[in-house]
Structure formats: structure tokens, C-alpha cells
Design a protein around this ligand. Structure first.
Ligand code: DLL
Length: 446
């Protein structure tokens, strides 16, 4: 553990710390952020009524639209001269959202990133190949400083130029790779193309996040790269990567949320009412310790559940795997659908390479989904189509046809929706170049 004292702090002490930080935070934002002062005054919230972390439900939510309305620096609690770094989101929809840090905030960022890397298996003295993007995205720089803080050496490769990344993995032999799960798959498939394997590199741990991924993808990455793959979660508004992390020896049981800095809640996506541990809803965070731009009850739009795991020595709460973002949820003929539900189905088939895309269209008034999924090279060789195949082969080749029908039935049985399934030859669906991969092409709005 990077910080054993805090990571194993008894819950009673953790609650006391959170309460002190919350009371301090609420008083600070009321005095320094006009947005919060107005909101408190309008909603009749008396700052002095917030006495402990148990009062957090009395506070209003902060939403992404509020950040856009206060663009760029409306949420600052310190003068701009005290800032040490500014990041912002890509702003594909409307204005970008800005997040700013003081030196103290950057220390917190490095601390939680270091804790996360250590929980993911990284140790001082190891080398880390960092393929998260450097720049306005918090992934690259955030993980970089965390690794240095932990005592690792960092190879700051960033995204793209997969050829060069493979050379560096072979030559420098880093034990740890940090990247999106889809990029880890790209690296694995490029290794295979070059007739290289996990024994030509020296990776032991892969710390993967920034986009949803499933157990199927984990299995694929672990076997192709020879790593223990763990989940790292975070978002710029809260700090960046390292809000939560899965432990390498507790895989599949959720990711520890570093609760001394980020207080998590799960609320109902329609009413905002708090939900009990174990129930799925929208994840909301209060940044208890952040200085420059703290947020009260920030509505992440991410869907998951929270629960304590009393069987381990770390005391902080765990968040389950993200189902997706509330705004990524497709509504198909009235049925709610996350692309990860389809991805889970692919786990049952060794015949498939788990690279896929969902294309949604409207025919007349009816939503249609086409599931495009790649077949594995081994399967193609087995059915005599080792050099690949075209759309026509799908109806001509009995193995491809049987596979298509089986998948259609399985999807209909499991998610209750009929979808068109198109098997694609390996390497025909766009792969990750390192950034976040979009699995959904929704053409209904265009
Ligand atoms: O993605 C920070 C990050 C960088 C996390 C590197 C992990 C590794 P944003 O660009 O602000 O920040 O995007 C945040 O990405 O609200 C989730 O919807 C999604 N996301 C992040 N981590 C995961 C994950 C970075 N492990 C948004 N699983 C979040 C699923 C994730 N989704």
C-alpha cells in the first residue's frame, strides 16, 4: 500500500475526517463562490446546519451544465494567481469544462494516483509505459506524477504511433502499462501481427481505465499481454485518474474510492434521492479536500453501485464496474441498453475477437441496431477463411451463418431486443489509437 495509515483508517475515524472536511468546505464555497452562495440562499440552506458528513444530503447537486455556465473560472475559490495547472475537457458538446488545481491539489492528485498504481500492483523501482494522452486530458500527466511519486520511472509515450510503442515495450521492458483497455487490445493485436508475444515484452501489470470495459476484455488482455489487468477510474471534474482503483489481488470485487478526498454517493437518476449501498444509480462525488475548484455533490452521470468489502484490510468503499454513462444509455424501442450488456455476451464465444461497434438507425419509426463484431483469426483459419472474408461469405459459409444466428438468438434472449448481427473479419472495425473508443454509432439524430 502506498499510504497504509489512510488506506486502512477505521471507518469511525474516516467519517470524522470527512465531517471536518465537509464543514470546512461548505463554509469556504459559500464565502468564495457566488454560484454556491446564490444556490444556498435560494434553496434556503443554512450553512451552519451542515455539521457532519451525514448532512451531505441537504446540499444541492452540481451538474456539468453549471460548470459550462460558470466557464471558465466561476467556480474558483482562490485567486487565479494561485493556480498551478489548468486542464479541460474536449468540449465536443458546447463549451469545454475547465478544471483548475493549486499546488496542494496537484499533491493530492499525485497521492491518489500513487495509491492507485500501488493497488494495481506497481512498485517503486518498476518502469511504467504511460500510453494515456498527455495534454489537456488529465490521464497522461495525472498518472505520470503519481508514478514518479510512487518511485517508478515513467516512459511518457502518450497516444498513437503504435509501432514505436511496441519497440519501446520490447527494448525498455517496463513492468507496468497504463492505457485505455481498448488501446491495450490494439497493442496486443499489433504484437500478434508482428509474430511477437507476451514473452517478447516484460509486462506484469496493466492499469486500465477512462472508458467502460468488461471481464471479456480483461481476459483477452491478460492472456495476450501476460498481465494482471486492473481498473482505474476518475474524471477531470473530481481530479482525474485515481478517484478509484481496483486492487490487483482483489480483481472483480470493485475499485476502492479514496474516500478521504472524494466522498461518493449513489442517487436515483430521476429523483436524485440517495440510494442504499448495493443499489445501482448515478454516482455523485463531493471533493472534500480540493482547494482551487471544489464541487459539492457533482453529478457524474456514471451508473454503478457502492459497497463496503469488510473482508480486506483497506477500509474505503468500493464502486462496482461502471455500467456506462447515463447519457450513453441507448433507448431502443423503449428498452434501456448499455453497450456493455452486448459486450458481456461476446465473452461466451472464443470465435469472436472482442472488437465491436453498435450502429443504431431508425427505419420509419422503429429503432434498429446492427451489432458489428470481429471474428478471431483462429476461428477464421478453422473455417477455411484465414485470409479474411467479405459480407457475401456470411451467407455462403455455414459456420459464419450458424454463428450469426446463434448470436442473434443469444442477444434476443439476454437483452430482450432483436438486433441485426454482422460478423466482420478481424481488423476491419476501427481500433483505439489510444484515446477513448466510441463503441456506439447512433445515426438516429443525424
Ligand atoms: O477519463 C480520467 C481518467 C484517465 C480515468 C485515465 C482513468 C484513466 P475524463 O476525460 O474527464 O477523465 O472522463 C471521465 O470517463 O465520468 C467515465 O464516464 C469515464 N471513465 C473514466 N474511467 C473509467 C473506467 C478521465 N475505469 C469519464 N471505467 C467518467 C469506465 C470510465 N468509465
Amino acid at each position: 500500500m502506498y499510504n497504509k495509515e489512510i488506506e486502512t483508517l477505521p471507518l469511525v475515524k474516516l467519517r470524522k475526517l470527512q465531517s471536518e472536511l465537509l464543514v470546512n468546505l461548505v463554509n469556504r464555497v459559500y464565502k468564495t463562490v457566488p454560484f454556491y452562495k446564490d444556490l444556498f440562499d435560494k434553496s434556503g440552506i443554512d450553512v451552519s446546519s451542515i455539521k457532519s458528513i451525514d448532512d451531505i444530503h441537504k446540499l444541492p447537486f452540481t451538474k456539468k451544465t453549471d460548470l459550462r455556465d460558470q466557464y471558465p473560472f466561476g467556480f474558483l475559490t482562490v485567486p487565479e494567481t494561485q493556480l498551478a495547472r489548468i486542464h479541460c475537457s474536449s468540449g465536443t458538446t458546447g463549451k469545454p469544462t475547465v478544471v483548475a488545481y493549486t499546488k496542494k491539489d496537484l499533491n493530492i492528485f499525485s497521492e491518489v494516483a500513487a495509491r492507485s498504481l500501488a493497488a494495481g500492483g506497481a512498485k517503486p523501482g518498476m518502469k511504467m509505459h504511460n500510453s494515456y494522452g498527455y495534454g489537456l486530458f488529465t490521464g497522461g500527466i495525472g498518472i505520470h506524477y503519481g508514478a514518479e511519486q510512487l518511485g517508478m520511472s515513467v516512459v511518457p509515450v502518450s497516444v498513437g504511433m503504435t509501432d514505436r510503442q511496441i519497440t519501446l515495450l520490447q527494448d525498455f521492458k517496463p513492468e507496468v502499462i497504463c492505457c485505455t483497455p481498448s488501446y491495450a487490445q490494439t497493442i496486443a493485436s499489433e504484437l500478434e501481427k508482428r509474430n511477437l508475444s507476451k514473452s517478447d515484452i516484460n509486462l506484469k501489470y496493466a492499469i486500465l481505465g477512462a472508458e467502460p470495459w468488461t471481464e471479456a476484455i480483461r481476459t483477452d488482455i491478460e492472456s495476450s499481454l501476460g498481465v494482471k489487468a486492473t481498473n482505474i477510474y476518475g474524471l477531470s471534474e473530481i481530479i482525474g485518474p485515481g478517484v478509484s482503483q481496483e486492487a490487483w489481488d482483489e480483481q472483480g470485487t470493485g475499485s476502492y474510492v479514496w474516500e478521504d478526498h472524494f466522498f461518493p454517493e449513489i442517487v436515483d437518476k430521476d429523483t436524485g434521492a440517495p440510494l442504499p449501498y448495493g443499489e445501482e444509480g448515478v454516482l455523485v462525488f463531493t471533493t472534500l479536500s480540493k482547494e482551487a475548484m471544489p464541487f459539492l455533490r457533482y453529478w457524474t452521470n456514471d451508473i454503478c453501485s457502492l459497497s463496503y468489502d469488510h473482508s480486506t484490510s483497506r477500509t474505503h468503499i468500493k464502486m462496482g464496474k461502471l455500467k456506462g454513462r447515463a447519457d450513453d444509455m441507448l433507448i431502443i424501442r423503449g428498452v434501456n441498453l448499455f453497450h456493455t450488456q452486448i459486450e458481456e455476451i461476446f465473452t461466451e464465444y472464443t470465435e469472436l475477437a472482442p472488437n465491436y461497434q453498435l450502429v443504431v438507425t431508425k427505419q420509419g419509426l422503429t429503432d434498429q441496431v446492427e451489432v458489428k463484431v470481429e471474428t478471431s483469426t483462429d476461428f477464421q483459419v478453422k473455417i477455411g477463411l484465414g485470409n479474411g472474408f467479405v459480407k457475401d461469405d456470411i451467407v455462403k459459409n455455414s459456420a459464419l451463418l450458424a454463428m450469426t444466428n446463434q448470436l442473434k438468438k443469444n442477444i434476443r434472449d439476454k437483452v430482450g431486443l432483436s438486433m441485426q448481427v454482422t460478423l466482420c473479419c478481424c481488423d476491419s472495425i476501427p481500433k483505439s489509437e489510444g484515446g477513448k473508443l466510441n463503441r456506439i454509432v447512433d445515426l438516429r439524430r443525424s
